[in-house]
Design a protein around this ligand. Sequence first.
Ligand code: BGC
Length: 769
Amino acid sequence: MEHYLKTDEWRIIESGFHPEFAECSEAIFSIGNGRMGQRANFEEGYGGQSLQGSYVAGVYYPDKTRVGWWKNGYPEYFAKVLNSVNWIGLDIEIEGERLDLNAAEVLQFERELDMKRGVLSRQFQLRFPSGKEIEVSAVRFVSMRRDEVGAIRYGMRALNFTGQARIIPFLDFDVVNQDSNYDEKFWEEVERRTGSQKAAILARTKKLDFQLASAMRYEWWTGDKIQTLYPETIERDKYVANSFEVTLEEGQDNCLYKYASVCSSMNHAPSALLDTADERASEARRAGFDVLLQEHTDHWAAQWEMSDIRIKGDASAQQGIRFNIFQLHQTYTGEDERLNIGPKGFTGEKYGGSTYWDTEAYCLPFYLSTAPQKVAKNLLVYRYDQLGKAIENAAKLGFENGAALYPMVTMNGEECHNEWEITFEEIHRNGAIAFAIYDYIRHTLDASYLFEGGLEVLTGIARFWFQRFHYSQRKRAFVMHGVTGPNEYENNINNNWYTNYIAAWCMRYTADCFDRCKQEDAKRTEALSSRLDWSKEEGMQWRDRADRVYLPQDQEHGVFEQHEGFMDKELVPAERLDPDERPINQHWSWDRILRSCFIKQADVLQGVYLFSEEFDRETHERNFDFYEPFTVHESSLSPCVHAILAARLGKMDKAYELYLRTARLDLDDYNKEVAEGLHITSMAGTWMSVVQGFGGMHWVGSDLHLDPALPDQWTALEFHLRFRGALLRVQVEPTRTEVLHLSGEAVELKLYGTKLKLSEGSAEQIERP
Ligand code: BGC
C-alpha cells in the first residue's frame, strides 16, 4: 500500500481524503472498549466503498456450516461475529443535498486517531454540487469507564451560505454481515420506542436469541446555546430516528452531541434491557460530553502508565508499537471472563471474532506484563469454563477418559472451524492452552490456580495427547500421524516436531503439577485426583510416553525436522520467489503450496522460542538459519517469533527488519488485507518482539531474565513490566540498562545475568556486557 498515513508518535493521521483506502482506514481508525467497538465508519454515512461494522463482544451467530463435502465430526456451524446496531448514524441533508463525502468535492480532510486519549476525530470541508461549502468537525469515542456508552460531538459550520439543514440522528439494526454463509440478515426487532430527542430499540439475533438494546439522546447547540427542538419521530422495522430542521447561519458554529448506549442480554435480563439502555444514554447526556471524555482519557492515561513503550530515534517504530498496544487494550480489558480476543477484535468480520490459539500463544504474555493479574487470569478461566465442551469435542472424535481437545476456533467452547486439516489435525492448539497455565504461574507465582481449574484443564489435555500418540514398532517410539503444525501450508503430516514436542512437554508438566499440588496441599490434591479419577500410575504412564516420543531430527543440518519428509522437498529459499507472486496464498494453487517448501509461519521455530531455555545457543542458531529462509511469513503471527529469535541471536538487522514487518503490518498493510480488519492477536506478538526480543526478557525456570540489546536504529528503549505485583520500568540504552521499581511488591530478577532485588522506589543500572 502506498504510505498514506503520517508518522506521528501518538497519533494515526490521514491527511487529505483517500477514498481508495476507505476500507483500510475504517479498520485502522477503529475504536473499542473491550465491550463494544466499531470500524471508523462515517457518522453521516458514505456512498463509496465501505464496510459498516459495529460489534458487541460475545454476541455471535451460529451460521450454518457450508462445505462441499461433509465429513463426520464437522461442526454444524461457524460462529460469525455480528455487525450490530449502527448507533453512530446521523443523516444530514442541506437544502436537498445529502452530506456524503462520496457525492461532494472534498476541499480538505483530516482524520486522526489519538491513541493517548482513545479518541477518533475528523475534520473536513466540502463543496456540494450546488456550490455550498460546509465544514465539519466530528469527535467520537466509546467510553472506557462506561463500557456500554459511546459519545459523538459533531460540529458543523456553513462557510458560504445560510440555509436549512435536516438532521436525522438514528439507531439502525437493519445491517448486513459481509461474512454470512447464506446472505441472511441476523437481527430481528423486538421493540422500539421513540420520543422527543430520544429513541431506543431492542433486537434479537436469530437462533441464539442474544438481545441488544440501544438508546440515544442528543442535543443541538448553536454557538454556546442549547436549542429547543421539536423533532418528528421516524420508525420502521429495526430502525428508530428523530428528524429536525435547523438553520445554518453562514459562519456560525453548530454542534450535535449524540449519546448512545448499547446493552446486551449477556449482562442484563432481557426484560430490563430497553430501560437500562435508555437509562445509560440518559445518564451519559446528563454527565455531558466533556465529563465523559475526561473520564475516558483518564482511563487511558492510567493504562499507558502501565504499558507504554518508548522507542527513541525511530518515530515509525514508535508509532507502530503504540498502535499495537492501543488496539490490544481496546479489544480486551479482562473485566469479563466470558470474553476473549478475536483475531480481528472490533475491526472486521473475518475469523468470526472467535477465539484461536493466538490468545494463549501470543496475547497472554502481553496481558501478563501490561495489565493487572486478573486480566490474564480471566483468559485462563475462559478455557476452564469451556473444559466440558473440549471433553465432548474429543469424545466426538473417539477419545476417552476425559481427554480434552480444545477447538481451533470457538465462541462458546464448541469447535466451529470446518476444514478437516485444521479442525481435526491442527491440534497443537491444545499445547498452547497448557503452556499458558505454565506461563501464568511462572510469571505471577500464583500456583493456586492449579487448584482452581488449572490442573483439570491440564489433565484433560495430557489425556488427549497420551491417546493421540501410537507406538511404532519400526521406530520403537511413540509417533503422531495426521496432523497440521502451525505451518498450515502442510497438512496431514506425520510427526510434526513442534506438536510432538509440546505434547510430550504437556504430559510431563501435568504430572509435575500433580506432584507440586500434593506438596502444597495433599488433602486437596487427593480430592481433586479422585474427582478426576487420576492416579499416580497415570502420571507415570504420561512420563513414560513423553520420554519415548519420536522427535524427528536432521543430522546433516543439525536441526529438528519440521515433520517427516520435509528434508526431501525441493529446498528453495523464499527470496527466490517472484515478488509478484507473493503472498503465495493469493497467487498459487493450494496444491502447489502444499508441495513447496515454503513455510507459512514459525513452526519448528515456534517450539524453539517457547522452550528456549531447553536448547543451547547453537541449536537456536542452526534452526533459525535453516528455517528462516523458507518462511514466507504469510500469517501475521510469524515475523514476531522470528524477530525475537533473531534478536536473541544478536542478528540485529534481521530482527529489526522482521520487527518492522510486525509492528507496522496493518499501518503499512504488508499482507494486503487490512481492509478486512486489523490483526489484533498478532499485535501482541509485536509487543513480544520488543520486550522479549530487543528487551531480552526470557525465563530460566521461574527466574525472569532481561538481556536487552538495541538495534542500531534506536537510541533508547523504555518499556513497562508488571511482574509479581510490581510495576517496573526498564530503560535501555545502547551500553547500559536501568530497571526502576515504580510501585508494588519487592521482586527479584536478573539483568544481564546479575541478580537484582528491587523494591518500591529503587533503581539498578548495569552496563551491557
Ligand atoms: C494462522 C493461525 C491463526 C489464525 C488466526 C491463521 O492464518 O495460520 O495460526 O490461529 O490465522 O489468527
